[in-house]
Write a protein that binds this ligand. Structure first.
Ligand code: P5A
Length: 433
């Protein structure tokens, strides 16, 4: 993509209403635009990141055996009246009336709707277990939407729902998802910390939340330092659940079961939450199957949520410096910035155009900064955008047949001849899973 053809409005100044760094950086790098309180448009760069995160989440769900569907954003109130949550949800639910005065709502979550889909088609224990997910926009009329897309009113969630015959089987589904969640966050370059959690309006008696470490996070976490070095190929959910981890409200120094040398304290951001709630919804909404003796049994359910849009902000909170974003390669909107410092110089133009076609031929995602703006603005904009590698083309280096590569994470610059430059980038990108 050529910058001059793209739609990427960068801003130099920090927007006055953005309190936290990810919100500031997302606005300054032209990723989102607020439409009204807690509701955002995703501009091209932001959308690319959102789609990459969504795809990693999707792949890990599929690998774990969950099946993708798509439920609507607008739901009828009927099922919520049956489950008892229509009243309970209060003002956080956005209620709408259609032209025939029927009560509708913009779904804040989908336990009711999925249980209804399940009960319409599944009647026998032989069809269990089932695990269905979708990635769909939700609406929660939060009292205080803030921090940009981190606590929006409209936000993208991956939510799935498991159906099992017994509590024991449901626990297996729960642990399977637990493991998939850890893998998902590790794949994004994050450090996930799982904690026992309250169940709130979803209900049930077993729940974990997943926080990711970020110095600027809202919660303070106390946890066993072994949780920081998990091997994605070798995850044991039961063992992981036995490690000590607590948010500051729940942590008591005198009752902490692990030694001071083992205890770590860091800031975190909640990006996922999972629940086992037994038969709470299946009993009310007809989620029964016949067991092998012909008896009707209410299925045991769990629900599992990942804040897909929140992750965009959370990743920026975890990975930035004073110049801007420092994207992990796995979710970076582009892999390479190709920066032509002097587009008016024919040699620079030829060399840059050649790099551009070569990168495209190698299927490397490149944003080619061909703009006619000052060198200073180009360099600072590209640092702000934070793609992992920058190829910088200037006339002085070209005279010696050299270009510069900057590795954004280390702010390390090295000179290469053009051929080696492409090979260096290719090798670096191949080492990423
Ligand atoms: C689990 C899936 C649920 O809603 N029902 C279906 C369960 N859980 S949850 O904890 O309430 O939300 C799951 C994740 O969604 C993200 N999230 C948000 N992201 C942005 N803005 C919001 N206002 C918001 N509310 C929830 C979080 O990542 C949360 O962990």
């Amino acid at each position: 993509m050529k910058f001059s053809n793209y739609f990427l409005p960068t801003l130099k100044n920090i927007p006055a209403d953005a309190e936290i760094i990810s919100h500031q950086l997302m606005i300054r790098s032209g990723m989102i635009k607020q439409s009204s309180a807690g509701i955002y448009s995703w501009l091209p760069l932001g959308l690319r990141v959102l789609k990459k995160i969504e795809q990693i989440v999707r792949e890990e769900q599929n690998k774990a055996g969950a099946i993708e569907i798509l439920m609507p954003t607008i739901q009828s109130a009927d099922l919520w009246i049956k489950s008892g949550r229509y009243e309970e949800y209060g003002k956080e639910m956005l209620r709408i009336k259609d032209r025939s005065d029927r009560e509708m709502l913009y779904g804040p979550t989908n336990e009711e709707l999925i249980t209804d889909i399940f009960q319409s088609y599944i009647n026998s224990y032989k069809d269990l277990p089932k695990n269905l997910y979708h990635i769909q926009w939700k609406f929660r009329d939060e009292v205080r939407p803030r921090f940009g897309i981190m606590r929006g009113r409209e936000f993208l969630m991956k939510d799935n729902y498991s159906f099992d015959l017994t509590k024991e089987d449901a626990k297996i589904s729960y642990n399977n998802m637990f493991k998939a969640y850890i893998k998902t966050f590790l794949r994004m370059g994050l450090t996930p910390i799982s904690l026992r959690a309250d169940t709130g309006p979803i209900g049930g008696d077993l729940s974990h939340e997943f926080q990711i470490l970020a110095n600027t996070g809202e919660s303070t976490l106390y946890y066993d330092k072994d949780l920081e070095s998990l091997d994605p190929q070798n995850l044991n959910p039961e063992k992981l659940q036995s490690y000590y981890a607590a948010v500051d409200d729940h942590h008591n120094e005198n009752q902490c079961p692990i030694s001071k040398s083992q205890l770590k304290i860091s800031k975190g951001i909640e990006v996922g939450h999972i629940f086992y709630f037994g038969t709470k919804y299946s009993e009310k909404l007809g989620g029964y199957v016949q067991n092998n003796k012909g008896n009707k049994i209410a299925v045991h359910m769990g629900s599992y949520g990942i804040g897909v849009s929140r992750l965009v902000g959370a990743i920026i909170e975890a990975f930035h410096d004073d110049k801007g974003i420092v994207w992990p390669t796995q979710v970076s909107p582009f892999q390479v910035s190709l920066i032509n410092l002097m587009p008016e110089n024919n040699k620079c133009l030829d060399a840059s155009n050649k790099f551009y076609s070569q990168l495209i031929n190698h299927k490397i995602e490149v944003l080619y900064d061909d703009r006619e703006v000052s060198i200073g603005k180009k360099l600072s904009d590209n640092d702000l955008l934070g793609f992992p590698y920058q190829i910088i083309i200037g006339s002085k280096n070209l005279k010696d047949n050299l270009v510069e590569i900057k590795v954004r994470k280390e702010n390390f610059i090295e000179k290469f001849n053009p051929e080696d430059a492409i090979n260096f980038i290719k090798t670096q990108l191949n080492t990423i899973i």
